[in-house]
Design a protein around this ligand. Structure first.
Ligand code: PLP
Length: 399
C-alpha cells in the first residue's frame, strides 16, 4: 500500500466512480413541494415566492429578502440599488468568481481589484483601503469558501468613502460573523441558489438588506421597474401600472421558490455535516506536510461551501496541475477556485496586468478544492484523505 502506483501511472484508482466536488441533495419533500406548485394557479409571482423570501430573511436575521433568478442577477440589482453607474469604481477582491466583478461592468462601472489575505483568501482591508478613490461607490466583499470576510473593517472603509458594502455571500449562506448572521450585516447581501451551493432552487439568488428603501428598489429592478405586482393588480381589479426605472425580468418562479423553501428547512443540518467533514480534513492534513488548509478565524463560523487547500509546492516535485490531474485519475473530483479575475482576457483589455495581486496570484498556483458536500459518506471522506496522501507521497520532493 505504501508505494502504491498512482492511477495516472496505470495503478488502480482509489475510487471506481468520480466523487464530485459538490452536489445537491433532493429528497421527496422537495419533489412534493414543487409538485404542489405545479398543481396550483401560480407558477410565478405567487405565494411561494413571498413564503420563501419571508423564511429566508428570518433565517439570516435580515429585515428584507428579494428572490431573483440567479446569484449573478442578485449582484446586478444590488449594484444598481447601490447607485453604481458608469462614473464609479467598485472594489472587488482579485480571487473570486467572475460574477463578483461583472456586476460592476453591467452598470458601466470599473472594477478595481484588491489583493486578499494570505490566511483566509478574502479581501485584505489594508489593500482595499489603498484602492479607494473619489470614484469608489461600492465595495464587494466575497466570503471566500464560506468564511465571512472582514465585514466590520470593510464596513468602516465603506462608510468613510461614502460608499455601499455589497457582500457576495454566494459561498456563505448560513455563516455567522461576530455573532451576526450573514445577510443582516452588509448594506446589501447577494446569495446564490445554484446547485453547487449549500442550498438550491435549480438556479436562483436572493438579495437581503435591512434598508426598506433599498428593498423597494430591488423589487422594482427585479420586475421591469414596474411599481405594482401583477397579483396586486388582479386583486385590485385594475389594469393600470407604471414603469418608473429601467428594470429586468429577474424573477424567481414559484416552482423554484418552493424548492428553495424546502431546501432551507434542511440547511442547518447540512451546514453541520459540511463543518464536520471540513474538521476531518483539517485534522487529517496535519500529517500531510505538502497540504496547507486555510485558516479559520475564531470570531466567525464558515458555511463551508468549498474546502480549498494550498499545496506547499516546494515540498513536491510536481505542480498544482499535476496533482490536480493525478487526483482526477484517482476519481477524486478536485477543482480550482479561482483564476484571478483580472487575468481573464476580458479584464486584460482594461489594462489589468499580472503581478498586481501577489497574494491572490501565488495562492492561485497552489490552490486545489477538495470534494465537500453533505451527502458525502464517511467512506467518501476517507477516500479523499487517502488519495491526497497517496498523491502527495508519490510526488514528494526528494531532498
Ligand atoms: C456562484 C457564485 C456567483 C454566481 O451565482 P449564480 O447563482 O451562479 O449566478 C457569484 N459569486 C460567487 C463568488 C460565486 O461563487
Amino acid at each position: 500500500m505504501s508505494a502504491e502506483r498512482l492511477a495516472i501511472d496505470g495503478g488502480r484508482p482509489v475510487r471506481d466512480r468520480m466523487l464530485p466536488y459538490g452536489h445537491q441533495i433532493i429528497d421527496d419533500t422537495d419533489i412534493a413541494a414543487v409538485s404542489d406548485v405545479l398543481r396550483s394557479d401560480w407558477l410565478t409571482t405567487g405565494p411561494a415566492v413571498a413564503a420563501f423570501e419571508h423564511a429566508f430573511a428570518k433565517s439570516c436575521g435580515a429585515r428584507f429578502a428579494v428572490a431573483v433568478s440567479s446569484g449573478t442577477a442578485a449582484l446586478h440589482i444590488a449594484t444598481l440599488a447601490a447607485g453604481v453607474g458608469p462614473e464609479h469604481e467598485v472594489i472587488v477582491p482579485a480571487l473570486t468568481f467572475v460574477a463578483s466583478a461583472n456586476c460592476a461592468r453591467y452598470v458601466g462601472a470599473d472594477p478595481v481589484f484588491a489583493d486578499v489575505r494570505d490566511d483566509t483568501l478574502s479581501a485584505d482591508p489594508a489593500r482595499v483601503a489603498e484602492c479607494i478613490s473619489a470614484r469608489t461607490r461600492a465595495i464587494v466583499a466575497v466570503d471566500y469558501s464560506g468564511q465571512p470576510a472582514d465585514l466590520d473593517e470593510l464596513l468602516a472603509l465603506t462608510r468613510s468613502a461614502g460608499a455601499v458594502l455589497i457582500e457576495d455571500a454566494a459561498h456563505s449562506v448560513g455563516a455567522v460573523y461576530r455573532g451576526r448572521r450573514v445577510g443582516g450585516v452588509a448594506d446589501l447581501t447577494a446569495f446564490s441558489l445554484h446547485p453547487v451551493k449549500q442550498m438550491t432552487a435549480g438556479e436562483g439568488g436572493v438579495v437581503t438588506t435591512n434598508d426598506e428603501a433599498l428593498a423597494g428598489r430591488l423589487r422594482l429592478l427585479r420586475s421591469h421597474g414596474i411599481a405594482s405586482a401583477a397579483a396586486d393588480r388582479e386583486h385590485a381589479s385594475t389594469h393600470h401600472y407604471e414603469m418608473v426605472v429601467l428594470g429586468y425580468n429577474y424573477r424567481l418562479t414559484d416552482i423554484q421558490s418552493a424548492l428553495a423553501l424546502s431546501q432551507l428547512r434542511r440547511l442547518p443540518g447540512w451546514l453541520e455535516r459540511r463543518s464536520a467533514i471540513a474538521a476531518q480534513y483539517t485534522a487529517a492534513f496535519e500529517s500531510v506536510d505538502a497540504v496547507r488548509p486555510l485558516t479559520t478565524l475564531p470570531d466567525r463560523r464558515s458555511a463551508w461551501h468549498i474546502y480549498p487547500v494550498r499545496l506547499r509546492l516546494e515540498r513536491l516535485r510536481a505542480g498544482r496541475d499535476d496533482v490536480y490531474r493525478a487526483l482526477r485519475a484517482e476519481n477524486i473530483g478536485v477543482n480550482v477556485h479561482f483564476i484571478p479575475v483580472p487575468w481573464h482576457p476580458y479584464y486584460q483589455q482594461f489594462g489589468h496586468r499580472r503581478g498586481g495581486w501577489p497574494v491572490a496570484e501565488t495562492a492561485y498556483e497552489q490552490l486545489l478544492t477538495l470534494p465537500l458536500w453533505p451527502g458525502m459518506t464517511d467512506d467518501d471522506v476517507d477516500d479523499v484523505i487517502f488519495a491526497v496522501t497517496k498523491v502527495c507521497r508519490a510526488y514528494r520532493a526528494v531532498d
